[in-house]
Design a protein around this ligand. Structure first.
Ligand SMILES: Cc1cc2nc3c(=O)[nH]c(=O)nc-3n(C[C@H](O)[C@H](O)[C@H](O)COP(=O)(O)O)c2cc1C
Length: 191
């Protein structure tokens, strides 16, 4: 079974990200082509990157890095639920991505962005970052705007068409997750 992580990209108290991730999970869990789990950055309490060796070396010294690496390595694909902070992703999400290397490589990713303008600029940045890590990012994405898809800018109530957008993204993601399994089994090294 394909395993997909729904990564909450915000650690902020009162974050909207948790509600968005639950909405994604509720819809995704109805599918039978993959298993979905929410991954919460808060559970890992990562400091700013504090590994002496570059992550590409895979020589992790700290227990928090090893715990994060073990969880991320266990998935075939990721749905990044990302807020937009100053036209990019949160520092917490970028830092959590930077901690690892091989664990992301040759996996698939999809995006659910949210913010004043749908998190689209954050997702564009994330696509660049993940490209460096050899992650195959699907083109369909969900863009939730605070004005249209949230009540009082803080309770997620996606407009009716957003379910279809999410389904379209997952319909692209799951086959790519399966295809990337084959790439990994051929042991193509990441640079
Ligand atoms: C530090 C910060 C910067 C933000 N910058 C942007 C931005 O550049 N563009 C945007 O559309 N929304 C921006 N927002 C609005 C957030 O996308 C929105 O508040 C979102 O709910 C934040 O995610 P969170 O609640 O899960 O932390 C910003 C919010 C914060 C806290």
């Amino acid at each position: 079974m394909i395993r997909v992580a729904i990564v909450i990209g915000s650690t902020r108290p009162g974050r909207n990200g948790e509600g968005v991730a639950r909405w994604v999970h509720d819809l995704a869990a109805r599918r039978d082509d993959a298993a979905f789990e929410i991954v919460d950055l808060r559970d890992y309490d990562l400091p700013h990157l504090d590994e002496p060796m570059p992550p590409a070396m895979g020589q992790y010294e700290h227990p928090h890095t090893r715990a994060w690496a073990e969880r991320i390595a266990s998935f075939d694909a990721y749905v990044f639920v990302t807020p937009e902070y100053n036209r990019s992703v949160s520092g917490a999400l970028k830092n959590a991505i930077d901690f690892l290397h091989a664990e992301w490589a040759n996996k698939a990713a999809g995006f659910v962005g949210y913010g004043s303008v749908g998190g689209t600029r954050a997702v564009e940045h994330l696509r660049l970052v993940l490209g460096e890590l050899q992650v195959a990012a699907v083109s369909s994405q969900v863009a939730l705007t605070l004005a249209a898809d949230f009540e009082r800018f803080s309770v997620v109530r996606p407009a009716s068409h957003q379910e279809g957008r999410l389904t379209a993204m997952l319909d692209q993601l799951i086959p790519w997750a399966g295809a990337m399994k084959a790439v990994r089994s051929d042991a193509v090294p990441s640079s």
